[in-house]
Design a protein around this ligand. Structure first.
Ligand SMILES: NC(=O)c1ccc[n+]([C@@H]2O[C@H](COP(=O)([O-])OP(=O)(O)OC[C@H]3O[C@@H](n4cnc5c(N)ncnc54)[C@H](O)[C@@H]3O)[C@@H](O)[C@H]2O)c1
Length: 257
């Protein structure tokens, strides 16, 4: 019998950061309730969740109110209460454009999917009263939120908004015993990351900049995610998981080698 339950939004495949977090939560006794983007993504998500004993997955795309309500109805009807909500989603349609070339339509969509969706989902969970006191919300940011990282373009300001939402939500929900945090991992090659121009170089620069000569692995990120979710003193922070690279790194992807 699993003692705690986590809603995990953001698994695309075995390489997703959310997959690493879900695996670590499962190892620590959590029942995982995962979502998937669409039917095409489902087999790839199941590859992760089958190993975590998941029987039921829920379709969810930002903006699909019906899908979100169906998920929450399922929680309520089955008396399932959550101890953690992992928000691991991001999308930027014009990521390859420089910031000054990005349209408002694209920036707005990216902000909703990558940042405000955390608030939208939290709001529905609160309304349905399915978050346990002591529960924890965790999202994923990046150093590009406060440094202009070459190639990160529109996602920088979007992550900045996400981090401000973490602080705002944490301050509002603390009274209900709910904590809100973000991890800020160094670069990890995932499907979303593959869309970022010069990402291979970003990985190389981060590795070289780290005093440890490495970047964080999925397992590293999963472990600290679990700690941040469980530790009752950790609240309203953006926690770096970058092997120290952010202290020393030149932030651009640098020259192609
Ligand atoms: N990979 C990195 O180097 C890195 C570093 C720091 C932070 N992050 C952040 O980690 C999070 C997870 O990304 P990842 O790198 O694991 O990539 P990923 O591609 O594995 O995960 C991104 C997820 O976002 C979901 N998504 C995209 N658009 C959506 C929509 N409209 N509705 C619902 N879901 C949607 C995708 O289905 C996918 O599951 C993102 O917030 C990303 O910005 C990634």
């Amino acid at each position: 019998m699993r003692k705690k339950t986590a809603l995990v939004v953001g698994i695309a495949n075995t390489g997703s950061i959310s997959a690493g977090i879900a695996r670590e939560l499962y190892t620590n006794g959590y029942k995982i309730i995962p979502t998937y983007l669409n039917e095409k993504a489902l087999p790839h998500v199941k590859e992760v969740t089958d190993a975590l004993g998941v029987k039921k997955l829920f379709p969810f795309q930002v903006g699909d109110e019906q899908a979100l309500c169906a998920l929450i109805d399922h929680l309520r009807k089955n008396g399932i209460r959550l101890d953690a909500f992992v928000h691991g989603i991001a999308f930027a349609g014009e990521i390859k454009k420089e910031l000054h070339e990005v349209s408002w339509k694209s920036f707005r969509e990216s902000t909703r999917v990558s940042a405000f969706s955390m608030v939208e989902i939290t709001s529905k969970l609160m309304e349905a009263d399915v978050l346990n006191p002591g529960s924890s919300i965790l999202t994923l940011s990046y150093i590009g939120s406060h440094l202009a990282v070459e190639g990160y373009n529109m996602m920088g300001p979007v992550k900045s908004i996400l981090e401000a939402l973490v602080r705002g939500l944490a301050s509002e929900l603390g009274g209900k015993g709910i904590r809100v945090n973000a991890l800020s991992p160094g670069p990890v090659m995932t499907r979303a990351a593959a869309g970022i121009k010069g990402f291979e170089n970003l990985l190389r620069v981060a590795t070289e900049a780290s005093p440890l000569d490495r970047t964080a692995t999925m397992e590293d990120i999963g472990r600290i995610a679990c700690e941040v979710i469980e530790n009752p003193a950790v609240n309203a922070v953006v926690y770096p998981v970058d092997c120290g690279a952010s202290v020393t790194m030149p932030v651009g992807p640098g020259e192609e080698k």
